[in-house]
Design a protein around this ligand. Structure first.
Ligand code: AMP
Length: 299
């Protein structure tokens, strides 16, 4: 089954203590789409400007990502720039230029409206609503967000939470949304806002699922060196949705395993700048790390 993914399709300029890389392929939807494409057919909904390099479009195509709903408009591609501290869990946004995203209001082709799995990757909540409004009885809808939208679009985000099956956010955002220091207390409060499943990401410390069957603690794959963690969260949720869409049986039965797959794709993402590493991996390499994680977490 296919996954429809809407989010940012961006050029990222990233600075770490060791290196600096301008205008990489980035954006929440790009990371999520590449991650999901290892498991299921992906339909990408986004917009880029005429400055968007052709080689990036080719990369999407090599991963067989459906680009029918990726618009190329006059103007500039969304540009984001960030800088990491020596502790790579901490970063600072240096610049966000929305460019062609400022007025982006996509109309989905009929085929896309019937996608059973929908990932509303990090982007303005109004755009997430706009896409969700066009979907015809989706099977499972997941959304991600970031601190910016909690700051400037909280009412729209709260409305969105009532329309989701699952909400994914990181621990600092969960704290900001609920004022709870304790993640388990935060999870309880977020359920009350709507979603049946809530996943809190904790960077290199893994993630926690809370759902009708209780909690699941998903480990992060242990990496000895992180090159660039940009997009790890998007790769996690993209990989998770891609796996879910392809797995047989009920979502509830598969969600935990799907998180493990997401966690593994996210680990590859951290090993290179932007999508450089993720774009070169194979399904076999993913399977290998999943087995290692299984061995590490069994007791
Ligand atoms: P993550 O590291 O998972 O938080 O995701 C980083 C990605 O989010 C980068 O590729 C950015 O292009 C993208 N991004 C940064 N700011 C925004 C924003 N305001 N809206 C949408 N995407 C963004």
């Amino acid at each position: 089954m296919s996954v429809l993914i809407v989010g940012s399709t961006a050029l990222d300029s990233i600075k770490t203590p060791k290196a600096e890389n301008p205008r990489l392929l980035g954006g929440s939807a790009s990371h999520a789409a590449l991650a999901a494409s290892f498991f299921s057919p992906v339909r990408l909904v986004g917009v880029v400007g005429q400055d968007f390099p052709k080689r990036y479009l080719q990369l999407y195509k090599r991963r067989r990502i459906d680009l029918q709903a990726l618009q190329i408009l006059p103007g500039k591609t969304f540009h984001w720039s960030g800088e990491y501290e020596a502790n790579m869990n901490r970063r600072r946004t240096l610049l966000t230029e929305l460019g062609v995203f400022e007025t982006f209001t996509p109309t989905l082709p009929n085929s896309h409206q019937k996608s059973p799995f929908v990932l509303l990757a990090n982007i303005a909540p109004l755009l997430q609503h706009h896409v969700l409004n066009q979907m015809q009885r989706p099977k499972f809808v997941v959304a991600d967000t970031m601190d910016l939208w909690l700051n400037i679009a909280l009412p729209e985000l709260l409305k969105l939470l009532k329309r989701l099956d699952a909400f994914v956010l990181n621990d600092s955002e969960a704290h900001q949304l609920t004022t709870e220091e304790n993640v388990f207390a935060a999870l309880k409060k977020i359920h009350k806002l709507g979603p049946r499943y809530v996943i809190i990401k904790k960077g290199s410390h893994g993630s926690i699922l809370s759902g009708p069957r209780g909690f699941f603690l998903c480990p992060a794959y242990p990496l000895h060196q992180v090159v660039d963690p940009t997009g790890a969260g998007d790769s996690f949720v993209g990989g998770m949705m891609g796996y879910l869409a392809t797995a047989r049986g009920s979502i509830e039965d598969n969600l935990r395993r799907a998180m493990i797959y997401g966690s593994v794709v996210a680990s590859f993402c951290c090993e290179g700048f932007g999508l450089q590493r993720t774009s070169r991996i194979t399904r076999g390499q993913i399977g290998h790390r999943v087995k290692e994680l299984e061995r590490l977490a069994r007791f």
